[in-house]
Ligand binder design. Structure first.
Ligand code: AMP
Ligand code: MN
Ligand code: MN
Ligand code: MN
Length: 286
């Protein structure tokens, strides 16, 4: 297998084990069909789908890395840290992810109460119908319910009108710390990667602090080419990767054929002058 920047690697997507709509097996087939050459399933705060994903990939002859996307609170904002190539049986990692999932149930009930006051009733029960993993009720499931019930036309609109800071269905939440998330991943022999840095509403100083602290905690990678970035952001974060000496990752962040505008394997390649994260993970590929 070629280990270079021209590899069609897709190291970020979601299944029904978190807030995607496809099973790990269907995602593996879709990745293979779309020409993906190295794949990772990265469900939010959860690695319960890893065995299924790895087995499905193996049956298809698709090289695979273990993955997850951990929710972190940094400088008052939610930041996502992708973990790749870790040992999926690591006890501290499993416990850390379990604890991170812990607050979702209570948060969902508060979101529902808040939506109720805004005139949208039964949102908790409505969202539950879309949930594949009872420990992982997410804003995405609420968004699907609000689309199904005709409140909004698409999930993006739901987030804009209801599920983001300052809007009626938004409930602030405290996730894992940056240090904890990075240590769980690295102590399980994985590589920690800052997910879609272009999505956060940080000031330049806060963003600099994120990258500096992430490095200090042992983080080694950053997503440069992702479905969440514009072309200008590919260039910006390619520079950031070089500035901080981070390896670069690439992933669609695919959730659903009906909702995601970037399909598995459909992104531009990584710029040629960056070190791909898969070069650091060559011995972890299965
Ligand atoms: P949660 O972890 O419950 O806070 O949900 C976060 C998830 O919501 C993300 O992983 C995305 O899948 C989804 N999401 C966040 N913002 C948007 C948006 N503007 N449009 C569509 N989906 C979004
Ligand atoms: Mn998601
Ligand atoms: Mn994310
Ligand atoms: Mn994601």
């Amino acid at each position: 297998m070629p280990t270079s920047n021209i590899l069609n690697a897709d190291l970020h997507c979601h299944s029904v084990v978190s807030d995607g709509t496809l099973t790990p097996e269907t995602l593996a087939e879709r990745a293979k069909t779309n020409g993906v050459e190295l794949w990772a399933l990265t469900d939010h705060d959860e690695i319960g789908g890893q065995q299924r994903a790895a087995a499905a990939a193996k049956a298809l002859g698709l090289p695979y890395l273990t993955g997850t996307e951990i929710s972190v609170t940094f400088a008052g904002e939610t930041v996502h840290i992708v973990g790749l190539g870790f040992d999926p049986d690591d006890a501290a990692m499993l416990q850390g992810l379990h604890n991170t999932r812990g607050g979702r149930e209570q948060r969902a009930r508060e979101m529902s109460d808040s939506l109720d006051k805004a005139g949208i009733h039964g949102a908790y029960e409505g969202a539950l119908k879309f949930v594949g993993n009872p420990e992982l009720i997410s804003r995405t499931h609420f968004a699907r319910f609000l689309v199904e019930s005709g409140v909004c036309r698409e999930t993006n609109e739901v987030f804009r009108k209801y599920l983001t800071e300052g809007k009626p269905g938004y409930v602030p939440h405290r996730w894992a710390t940056l240090q904890n998330a990075v240590s769980w991943i690295t102590q399980a022999q994985g590589i920690a990667v800052i997910a879609h840095p272009g999505r956060y509403n940080f000031t330049p100083n806060e963003e600099y602090a994120l990258f500096t602290d992430f490095k200090a905690h042992g983080g080694q990678g950053v997503e440069v080419v992702t479905g969440s970035h514009t072309k200008a952001e590919y260039l910006k974060y390619a520079e950031t990767a070089k500035e901080f000496g981070l390896a670069a990752s690439r992933g669609s962040d695919f959730h659903s054929p009906d909702e995601s505008h970037t399909d598995l394997g459909a992104l531009p390649l990584l710029p040629g002058d960056l070190t791909p994260v898969w070069e650091l993970l060559a011995d972890r590929i299965r």
